[in-house]
Ligand binder design. Structure first.
Ligand code: NDP
Length: 294
C-alpha cells in the first residue's frame, strides 16, 4: 500500500465517528458514509470530507474505518461493501463488538483479499476530538504497520493485543471495569450522602486519596452537577458488559464482581433507558439509597 496516496473511508458518523473522521480528513482524502445520509452531508460541509450515499462509491479507498454500534451492523455493511473493495484494502473496525463476530467478519473479508483488524477505541468523545484515543488491535502486525498513519491521525496510544478478536475482548473487559467503577463509586457516594457528607465534598477527598478512579475523577462531577450530557449511551455500555459476560461464560472463568456489574448495568438500563448517558447509571444506587448525589 502506498501511504503517500492513501484514501480513506469512514462509516458511521456517531458520537465517536464524527470527530474521528474529522481528524482523518486533515491528513487524507476522506469519504464518509452514514446510515442517515444528512449527517454525512453535514460532515462534508463542516470538515471537508466527501459524503457518499452508495457504498459502492467507496471502492477506490485503501483503508475503510467503521464505528457502528456492534459487530452485527458492521457485518451487514461488510456483506454489501466487501465484494466491491480492491484486494489489499485494510478494514479498520473501531466498533466495540463481539470477538467471535469480528473473527467471522475477518473471514468473510479475507475471501475478497481484504484484511480486517478489530481496533476498538477508548478515550471517549473528548479523546476522539483531540485525536488522543487508545486503540487496542487484534490482527496482523503487517496490516497495522500499513495503516499506521491512519491510526496516528486519531490515536495517541496503539497497542496490538493479539490476533483478530483480541481487541474486542480487551475492550469488553475494559468496559466491564468501567461499569464496575461506576456502580462502586455511586454506591460509596450514596452511603456517604445518607450519612450526611455531600458527594461533592466526598469527591474532594477521594480524588486525592486511594479510592479515586477514572470515574471519580472524570465522570462523577456530572452526577453532582445533575447534568448528564450524552457522550456515551448507557445502551452501548450495557451492550459492552453483555459481551464481556459472554466472553467470561465462554471461557468458564469465575468473575463474580464483573457479573454483578453486568446485572446492575442491565437493571439501570431498564430504568433510565438506552439513550441516557452512561453516567446516569448512578441512578440505581441513588434510588436504592433514596438520595441524589450533589
Ligand atoms: P452513536 O450511537 O453516537 O452512533 C452510532 C452510529 O452507528 C451512527 O452513525 C448510526 O447512524 C450508526 N448506525 C446505527 N445503527 C446502524 C445500522 N443498523 N446500520 C448502519 N449504521 C448504523 O454511537 P457512538 O459513536 O457513541 O459509538 C459507536 C461505537 O463506538 C460503539 O460500538 C460504542 O460502544 C463505541 N465507543 C463509544 C464511545 C463513546 O464515548 N461514545 C467510546 C468508545 C467506544 P445514524 O446516524 O443513522 O443513527
Amino acid at each position: 500500500m502506498d501511504q503517500s496516496t492513501m484514501k480513506v473511508a469512514y462509516l458511521g458518523l456517531g458520537a465517536m465517528g464524527r470527530p474521528m473522521a474529522a481528524n482523518l480528513a486533515r491528513a487524507f482524502p476522506t469519504k464518509v458514509w452514514n446510515r442517515t445520509s444528512a449527517v454525512a452531508d453535514d460532515h462534508a460541509a463542516q470538515h471537508g470530507t466527501s459524503a457518499v450515499t452508495d457504498l459502492a462509491d467507496l471502492a477506490d479507498v485503501q483503508v475503510v474505518c467503521s464505528c457502528l454500534p456492534t459487530d452485527v451492523e458492521v457485518a451487514q455493511i461488510v456483506g454489501q461493501l466487501g465484494p466491491e473493495l480492491a484486494r489489499g484494502t485494510v478494514w479498520l473496525d473501531h466498533t466495540s463488538g463481539d470477538p467471535v463476530g469480528s473473527q467471522r467478519i475477518a473471514e468473510s473479508l479475507a475471501e475478497h483479499g481484504v484484511t480486517y483488524l478489530d481496533a476498538p477505541v477508548s478515550g471517549g468523545t473528548a479523546g476522539a476530538e483531540a485525536g488522543t484515543l487508545t486503540v487496542m488491535i487484534g490482527g496482523s502486525q503487517e496490516a497495522i504497520d500499513e495503516v499506521r498513519p491512519v491510526l496516528d491521525a486519531v490515536a495517541a496510544n496503539v497497542v496490538r493485543v493479539g490476533d483478530v478478536g483480541a481487541g474486542m475482548a480487551v475492550k469488553a473487559i475494559n468496559q466491564a471495569l468501567l461499569a464496575t467503577s461506576l456502580q462502586a463509586a455511586a454506591e460509596g457516594l450514596t452511603v456517604l450522602a445518607r450519612y450526611g457528607v455531600s458527594a461533592s465534598t466526598a469527591l474532594d477527598v477521594i480524588n486525592g486519596a486511594t479510592g479515586r478512579s477514572f470515574v471519580t475523577e472524570n465522570l462523577m462531577s456530572r452526577a453532582t452537577s445533575r447534568e448528564f450530557p450524552l457522550t456515551f449511551a448507557l445502551g452501548l455500555l450495557n451492550k459492552d458488559v453483555r459481551l464481556a459476560g459472554q466472553l467470561i461464560a465462554e471461557l468458564g472463568v469465575a468473575a463474580p464482581v464483573l457479573e454483578l456489574a453486568r446485572q446492575l448495568t442491565a437493571e439501570v438500563t431498564e430504568i433510565v433507558g438506552e439513550q441516557a448517558d452512561h453516567v446516569e447509571a448512578v441512578r440505581l444506587a441513588e434510588q436504592r439509597a433514596g438520595v441524589e448525589l450533589q
